[in-house]
Write a protein of this length. Structure first.
Length: 623
């Protein structure tokens, strides 16, 4: 039979349960503004009855209830919704980061008309046009020099701005990597604490909230997914690779890359292998730095190199008013001081590479002449090499176009003397240097005896930059050492020309070998470069290049902004849904407190009544 004092025990359980409920509601209200907090609920169930079905129970109908018991305190959370948010949140931060940085890039390209590269280049061409009309006028030569200096200054200014964005991106990458590593370490540490707490039968709600908040932050930085099927081994995956497994966390690290503007690449700290991040803030930052900004810098460098090379090709073969010739109008800083381009790339004190930008053949060619040769040329490409075949019926012009249409990182053209020129382009892979010819080979004789570049055919006579003195493979061809890593940052007008403007070359020798004071053929030829299709990525005029550059930046910026707004709308809906489930509603919590307070008061009244009953039995019966 039930105890005389069982009612007091029943009331005590009710008071304790309502106390826990009131405390939990107060805890919810206190953390209403705490980031990542999930509201908690007390799970209450009836206490085990006095009589259970067995052979010794009293012969009476029903079971005698014994009040209430707090089973657990659980947080209100939708795990499926959390996993959905984690899986897609990285796209919002990815496009948001791109949109922010493209706003910076657009500001660089939205230059005032009077100081923009295009405006200064137009003035530069106009000055050559003016010189072609008045070659005897010293003021016209001074205008050419002054406008050349203004153009070089505007190119360097744009390069400085792009490099500034690149440096800002590089700093953000370093900071974001530290954040990722810190989050993964904390998640692994919390995993260990949560497992220990659950092993003791507790519900570590606050610890799990902190872990979910870290996962939420991590999902903005990189594209992760989570797996909580094993309660003892919560896992975080990055692009299918394990990032966190229980109490263990992998770390990212940065490793220096040669010839990459001092920027580092992402690697796994434990294996040293490359870490590919395709989403989140970190993925966007790496892509912006290594693809978008690098592409813009390379495009500017390519335009600068081709523009300066074309002007110099005419100018060095022309004569100034003082009969000086052989001067380049624009000059660059060479990458290496060695005349043969030899370079110590691995820093061991020994030359191990050759950095050469341009080969010029020894033979004047007829663009429309059939070559009468057959073979296959091999050039360096973004990944390995690319082969370009030629046949006896091909013309010189056809072979040149075929080289340029290939995926090789070597381009060809005929200079003003119709000699074949091969030039290194920017490299797609960050580990390869820009404006360096890395490999040239010919199984036949087009590059060897016909154009006079290579010393012989076959692999044994190939030019390869992976060695010192690689220029020994050339057959007397002229070559130019590669410019410093970013030629757009160092272009300037030749000091010899600035010191004596009469050195500005506007004339060619006539048939008798004389230079006439009124001759302006060189000036006309330089002015005509403005509308001449040149090789800047692909063949187009310089005006087309500027138009395409501004258009591409604007379109990519618009794409980033549109995608960011689209993903932001989706994420706002998902976050609102999560907030409606897990967020704290203060009005609801206050209503619960009032309800639990009434229950507490009722339980206290029940104990008072029971105490009165016991007092009657003990003190008044039998009196």
């Amino acid at each position: 039979m039930g105890s005389t004092f069982s009612g007091i025990e029943l009331g005590k359980r009710s008071i304790m349960a309502h106390t826990d409920a009131i405390t939990t509601a107060g805890h919810n209200i206190s953390n209403a503004d705490t980031e990542g907090y999930s509201r908690q609920r007390v799970n209450i169930r009836e206490f085990d009855p006095l009589y259970k079905p067995d052979l010794e129970r009293a012969e009476r109908p029903g079971m005698i209830g014994q009040g209430v018991d707090v089973q657990s305190v659980r947080r209100v959370r939708d795990e499926m919704l959390d996993q959905r948010i984690t899986a897609v949140q990285h796209e919002e931060s990815y496009w948001g980061t791109r949109s922010k940085y493209y706003t910076m890039l657009e500001q660089i390209y939205n230059e005032p008309d009077d100081v923009s590269i295009r405006s200064n280049m137009d003035k530069f061409w106009e000055s050559w046009q003016e010189l072609s009309l008045h070659p005897e006028n010293q003021a016209s030569r001074q205008a050419v020099v002054s406008r050349g200096e203004s153009l070089a200054d505007s190119i360097r200014t744009k390069w400085d701005s792009l490099m500034g964005v690149g440096s800002l991106l590089n700093g953000d990458i370093e900071a974001t990597v530290r954040q990722v590593n810190d989050c993964t370490r904390q998640i692994a540490s919390l995993n260990r604490e949560i497992v220990r707490s659950k092993a003791m039968g507790d519900s570590p709600n606050d610890l799990m909230d902190r872990r979910d908040l870290l996962v939420d932050r991590l999902s903005k930085l990189i594209n992760i997914t989570t797996d909580s099927r094993d309660a003892d081994e919560f896992m975080v995956h990055l692009d299918g690779r394990i990032l966190v497994q229980g109490g263990s966390a992998r770390q990212l690290s940065l490793e220096a890359v040669v010839d990459n503007n001092g920027y580092d690449k992402l690697v796994w700290q434990d294996t040293g292998s490359d870490a590919q991040i395709s989403g989140g803030t970190l993925g966007a930052l790496v892509e912006l730095r290594d693809v978008d900004v690098r592409s813009e810098i390379q495009s500017l460098n390519t335009m600068t190199m081709n523009f300066a090379d074309l002007v110099n090709d005419v100018h060095r073969n022309a004569y100034g008013a003082n009969h000086v010739t052989g001067l380049d109008f624009f000059v660059q800083r060479p990458f290496v001081e060695n005349a043969d381009g030899n370079y110590d790339r691995d820093g061991d004190g020994q030359f191990d590479h050759s950095y050469v930008f341009r080969f010029t053949g020894t033979t004047a060619l007829n663009p429309q002449e059939q070559i009468g040769l057959e073979g296959t040329m091999v050039f360096s490409s973004a990944s390995g090499t690319v082969s370009v075949a030629y046949h006896p019926t091909d013309t010189v012009e056809t072979v040149v176009n075929r080289i340029n249409d290939s995926n090789g990182e070597v381009k060809a053209y005929l200079d003003r003397s119709n000699r074949l020129v091969l030039k290194g382009t920017t490299a797609q892979a960050a580990e390869n240097p820009d404006f360096v010819i890395r490999h040239v080979e010919d199984s036949g004789f087009f590059l060897a005896g016909y154009s006079g570049i290579l010393g012989g055919s076959g692999a044994e006579n190939a030019y390869d930059f992976n060695q010192a003195d690689a220029v020994n493979a050339l057959a007397g061809a002229q070559f130019a050492v590669s410019p410093v890593l970013n030629p757009a940052g160092y272009i300037e007008v030749n000091a010899a020309i600035k010191n004596d403007v009469l050195s500005v070359a506007a004339a060619f020798r006539d048939g008798a070998g004389n230079v006439n004071a009124g001759d302006a053929r060189a000036a006309v030829e330089i002015a005509a470069i403005r509308n001449t299709p040149v090789m800047i990525g692909h063949k187009r005029t310089l005006d087309d290049y500027f138009a395409d550059s501004v258009t591409n930046i604007g379109l990519r910026g618009e794409q980033a902004e549109n995608n960011f707004n689209s993903h932001l709308a989706v994420m706002n809906d998902l976050r609102a849904m999560r907030e409606s489930i897990s967020g704290v509603n203060i009005d609801e919590e206050l209503a619960d407190i009032i309800k639990f307070q009434h229950g507490y008061n009722a339980a206290a009244k029940f104990i008072t009544v029971w105490d009165s009953l016991i007092d009657t039995i003990i003190n008044r019966l039998g009196v």
